[in-house]
Design a binder for this molecule. Structure first.
Ligand SMILES: *Cc1c(COP(=O)(O)O)cnc(C)c1O
Length: 388
């Protein structure tokens, strides 16, 4: 496929996917039903987690994940500033406040040394976080063993934001298995690893938490006798609202697409890995164009391919961004540090997050990007930097 404009990311929907969606559309049930259950089972099989709750987006996943861990007014949640705003907004939905742990510049991931020193200070001041959300930026897992042992020491809960990292591996485990966390959330937005149009999921190994999230995604209403608060005998049609929930359901139409897509996930990770390798090679001899570093115990899913323009190219980022877009290479910037958003109204500045912000561009990477299109991206970048 020859693309006039090459986006930074794009979905891949096949004829098989469409056939699978149409089957649900022709059936007598289209909203959350058996196909959503089947998608949840596929996610458990893929990641190794015991339970999965599939919802309308990763944003709603983060919201009910925080609620189920008891996050409330007066509590504090910490996350990475280099993420999508949803990683932080979930705290505000619950009436809690947010703070940010600076990143490790080389990987773009939450820095363990910054986390340790921030925890030491917070303990002295008596304002330790209730939840920490490490973000597996670009598709590489954070150092979960360290975060997990700090969680044991300081008593915080952990929700992995793996919106980028479905299909990634960490220290011989699949991201999403929750070996080192309480929960992991995924996104099925069209640019992510697999898509359901819009959608998300929470993985966990705790039956009680999982049941509670399933209650919250559907108005807090139960039809199960054992969950009713009133213990008198009830007729068959009876239902009870026992908590304040939401309509965060995914449809069976979407879940059919998810099941169909997850079949190709390993191939997607493979193709993305090959694209990343070609970029790595193209920039290997240029000291001032630097890709993110991937740790040895990690296999990235390569949701994003982020490069930093440093040294003699350090003033070039904005020019490169505009010039590439003018040439039909629709690069992107991930992310503006969340604390810089006007809504957050803070004076916070974190050094490594700022360094990342001033130097990074996300290059096109997606399963349908073929080698000649990718070569065009590389040639345009080299042409621009060689002619300034
Ligand atoms: C995309 C994304 C989200 C939100 O996902 P939605 O499914 O669009 O709600 C959350 N966190 C990160 C890191 C993301 O990239």
């Amino acid at each position: 496929m020859k693309l006039n404009n090459i986006p930074y990311g794009m979905h891949d929907v096949t004829d098989d996917d469409i056939d699978n969606i149409v089957k649900v559309l022709r059936s007598d049930y289209i909203t959350q039903g058996q196909t959503v259950c089947n998608f949840e089972r596929s996610l458990c099989l893929y990641t190794g987690a015991k339970y999965s709750t599939v919802v309308s987006s990763c944003t709603s996943a983060l919201h009910i994940a925080c609620l189920s861990l008891g996050l409330k007014k007066g509590d504090v949640l910490w996350t990475s500033p280099i993420s999508f705003v949803a990683s932080a907004n979930c705290a505000l939905y619950c009436g809690a406040s947010v703070d940010f742990v600076d990143i490790d510049y080389d990987t773009g991931l939450m820095s363990i040394s910054n986390l340790v020193s921030k925890l030491e200070v917070a303990e002295k001041e008596g304002r330790l976080p209730k939840i920490i959300i490490p973000v597996h930026f670009s598709g590489q897992s954070c150092d979960m063993k360290s975060i997990h042992s700090l969680g044991k020491k300081y008593g915080f809960k952990i929700i992995e934001d793996a919106a980028h990292a479905l299909g990634a591996k960490y220290s011989n485990t699949s991201v999403g298995c929750c070996k080192y966390s309480d929960m992991t959330v995924f996104s099925f937005h069209p640019v992510k690893m697999i898509t359901t149009g819009e959608g998300g999921a929470i993985m966990c190994n705790n039956n009680e938490l999982d049941s509670y999230m399933k209650l919250l995604r559907s108005h807090g209403i139960t039809r199960e006798n054992k969950s009713f608060l009133s213990k008198v005998h009830h007729p068959k049609w009876y239902y009870e609202q026992i908590d304040l929930g939401f309509n965060y359901r995914m449809t069976d139409i979407q879940a059919a697409l998810g099941i169909s897509q997850i079949e190709r996930l390993d191939r997607y990770v493979d193709v993305r890995g090959k694209i990343a390798l070609l970029y790595d090679r193209a920039f290997a001899n240029i000291s001032d164009i630097n890709p993110l570093k991937i740790n040895v115990n990690c296999k990235s899913s390569y949701h994003l391919y982020v490069v930093r323009f440093t040294g003699k190219y350090s003033k070039l980022r904005d020019y490169l961004y505009e010039e590439l877009n003018d040439r039909g290479i629709l690069v992107n910037m991930h992310y503006i540090p969340i604390y810089r958003q006007p809504f957050y109204d803070t004076d916070l500045m974190l050094n490594e997050a700022e360094r990342h912000y001033s130097s990074s561009i996300s290059l096109p990477i997606f399963p349908l990007l073929n080698t000649s299109n990718q070569q065009r991206v590389i040639n345009e970048i080299l042409d621009i930097v060689n002619n300034v």
